[in-house]
Write a protein that binds this ligand. Structure first.
Ligand code: ADP
Length: 613
């Protein structure tokens, strides 16, 4: 996790941002290691270790230096060269990997074989259509590889802040931008680093999307014509023809889906650009050049509507091909024979290209424009969230990102979530399943660490706490109503509820407290029961009693009423409300139950890993 202490006594700060290939876990790990090693060597400061982190589409590295060495240009230039060559190696590897990954797989080769057979059964077939398909595929991959390299090579940024001199220096590709500022009155451009990185990367990417658009546009019109002609051709093998047309329809469905993804990616880029441009505007001093450099000048709305237009064409094409499937049953199809063969060859290759683009930059749809991360987090220090009266805030979550990588896919569970929990308030977090609710409360409760962003407990960053300190805080001040926090089957209900109090040494009036809690939750007569004999709903209420026994500052509850019938559920919520009002316990309750809203002081909704309202 990158942590930027704004109170550190540093003179020079270096930041590096590299675009990476999310599917290349091994290469990315290696790059991170090498970066860490390089920066450690260059920034020989034991106190300030360089930090390297992988996030969404980038690897970011930070290093601080106190010795003033980097004021000398030689040290700086060698560091820049080393960084550049490190990245170059990575780019080469990435290119090789792309080639091996985009080799046609077995089912693709089989499908192309069927198309080839079908083409040869139609008059005017060129020699060896299979060979033409392979050649076209190869050309397409060459083009993609060149474009990917172009994007990756242009997507790295180096940033230096020379605090003592009051100078910022940003290197984007081979251009260097300087900015001098008055140390006393103006801040470093560090805040805008993430935004610059993202903007800079989207510039060559959008250019490639533009090319892609033109490619498909030129091709699909011809393809459409070919399938809609009026020349009657006899079909000798109707089964083969149906199979071939079926393959083309399958390709069309996948292609349409990929274009939808690309449209989503462009929408996200648009959002990111808008927020990033604001951020850059704050950077007066860098002048027009940097703004020009990162401004792609493309009309993204127009681009999206053109892609949308292609979807319409492809859908029409689906209809035409279905019509041809019907015709094959009669033994004839009506096509435009002049360009039919080239259309059948071009269509799957063109659609394959779209899919490769959509897949490679899948992450973009998840880049967070709002809390681009740590840097924008710092600049949001003055945002409304942080102006809230701090003393009341028990838990503060800022810019939380969490990514899971089950097998080869990537799940963006949190994408920049921000939240304050204040004393004695009842918060409900609503949202569909999979929107990141559990992940968010796990982070806020210190049960898991975010990849990026920070959780503060009473103003103290969780990541700076020792394990002991954190468990002590959790034991004394946090209650959990989680399904995974099972009861101890060897203890009675009473003993289970009393256990956290004993562990925390809070045994004063313990018996009265336990009895009162059990009574209020309708469990008095089960005090001496073995928990294994209780129903799901009763167990859930014991877990609730246990979570509240120490009168913690905050109770986190994940679907607390999930196992209860609606009447008991309501009773439990009323009791939460009572504890909240009378004992000042804050509740953070995750649910997909709309009813919960009526009990809460504040309701948040989550969608795709972000709090949306
Ligand atoms: P919610 O609580 O809103 O249902 P979660 O926070 O449980 O959402 O999950 C958010 C996303 O993260 C989901 O897509 C889920 O599958 C994924 N996820 C959560 N935990 C893990 C994990 N340990 N490994 C892989 N994916 C996970």
């Amino acid at each position: 996790m990158i942590q930027m202490g704004n109170n550190l006594d540093w003179n020079t700060d270096l930041q590096v941002g590299f675009l990476i290939d999310k599917l290349d876990h091994f290469g990315n790990d290696k790059l991170q290691k090498k970066l860490r090693k390089l920066l450690k060597k260059k920034f020989n400061d034991k106190k300030m270790r360089p930090e390297v982190v992988e996030f969404n589409t980038f690897i970011l590295a930070k290093a601080h230096c106190n010795n003033g060495d980097f004021d000398k240009s030689e040290s700086r230039i060698t560091t820049e060269k080393n960084l550049h060559s490190l990245y170059q190696d990575y780019v080469k590897r990435s290119s090789k990997l792309l080639r091996s990954r985009t080799k046609r797989n077995r089912s693709e080769i089989e499908s192309h074989g069927i198309l080839e057979k079908f083409l040869t059964s139609i008059p005017k077939c060129p020699d060896n259509p299979g060979h033409i398909i392979s050649e076209e595929n190869r050309k397409m991959i060459d083009f993609i590889e060149k474009s990917f390299l172009h994007i990756i090579e242009r997507s790295w940024i180096i940033f230096w802040a020379f605090k003592q001199k009051g100078e910022d220096r940003i290197i984007i590709q081979n251009e260097i931008f300087h900015r001098n500022y008055d140390r006393k009155s103006s801040s470093s451009a560090l805040h805008a680093f993430d935004e610059l990185l993202i903007l800079n990367f989207t510039r060559p990417l959008l250019k490639s999307f533009d090319h892609l658009l033109q490619n498909i546009n030129n091709r699909v019109e011809n393809i459409e014509d070919a399938f809609k002609g009026s020349i009657k051709i006899g079909i000798t093998n109707p089964e083969l023809a149906s199979e071939a047309f079926g393959i083309l329809i399958g390709e069309l469905v996948g292609g349409i889906d990929a274009i939808h993804t690309i449209i989503r990616q462009i929408t996200r880029i648009e959002e990111i650009q808008n927020s990033a441009k604001q951020e850059i505007l704050i950077l007066n001093g860098f002048g027009e050049e940097i703004r020009k450099t990162v401004n792609n000048g493309r009309n993204l709305q127009e681009m999206k509507s053109k892609f949308q237009g292609i979807i319409t064409t492809l859908k029409n094409l689906q209809i035409s091909i279905r019509e041809l499937i019907n015709q094959t049953k009669e033994g004839n199809i009506e096509i435009n024979l002049d360009n039919f063969h080239s259309a059948v060859i071009a269509l799957p290759i063109q659609l394959r290209e779209v899919k490769i683009w959509a897949d490679r930059f899948m992450d973009i749809a998840f880049l967070s424009p709002e809390s681009g991360g740590e840097l924008s987090m710092l600049s949001k220090e003055y945002s409304s969230l942080d102006q809230e009266h701090d003393e009341d805030i028990i838990i503060k979550a800022r810019g939380l990102h969490k990514t899971y990588r089950p097998s080869t896919s990537t799940v963006y569970a949190l994408r920049g979530a921000n939240l304050n929990v204040r004393e004695g308030e009842f918060l409900a977090i609503l949202g569909p399943s999979g929107s990141g609710k559990t992940t968010l409360i796990n982070m806020m409760a210190g049960l898991d660490m975010p990849d990026r962003g920070q959780v503060y407990l009473r103003g103290k960053a969780i990541s700076s706490m020792s394990d002991n300190e954190l468990s002590e805080y959790r034991r004394n001040h946090i209650g959990f109503v989680f399904q995974s926090y099972l009861l101890d089957p060897r203890l009675s209900v009473y003993e289970n509820v009393a256990l956290p109090a004993k562990m925390a040494g809070k045994t004063e009036n313990l018996q009265t407290r336990v009895v009162e809690l059990l009574d209020n939750l309708g469990l008095k007569e089960y005090a001496n029961q073995d928990p294994t004999k209780l129903s799901g709903g009763q167990l859930q209420r014991v877990i609730i009693a246990r979570s509240c026994i120490n009168f913690p500052h905050v109770v986190f509850a994940d679907e607390p009423t999930g196992d209860l019938d609606s009447e008991t559920g309501k009773q439990v919520l009323l009791y939460f409300r009572k504890l909240c009002d009378e004992k000042g316990i804050a509740f953070v309750v995750v649910t997909h139950d709309q009813e919960m809203s009526s009990f809460a002081d504040r309701v948040f909704r989550m969608k795709d890993g972000q709090i949306v309202g």
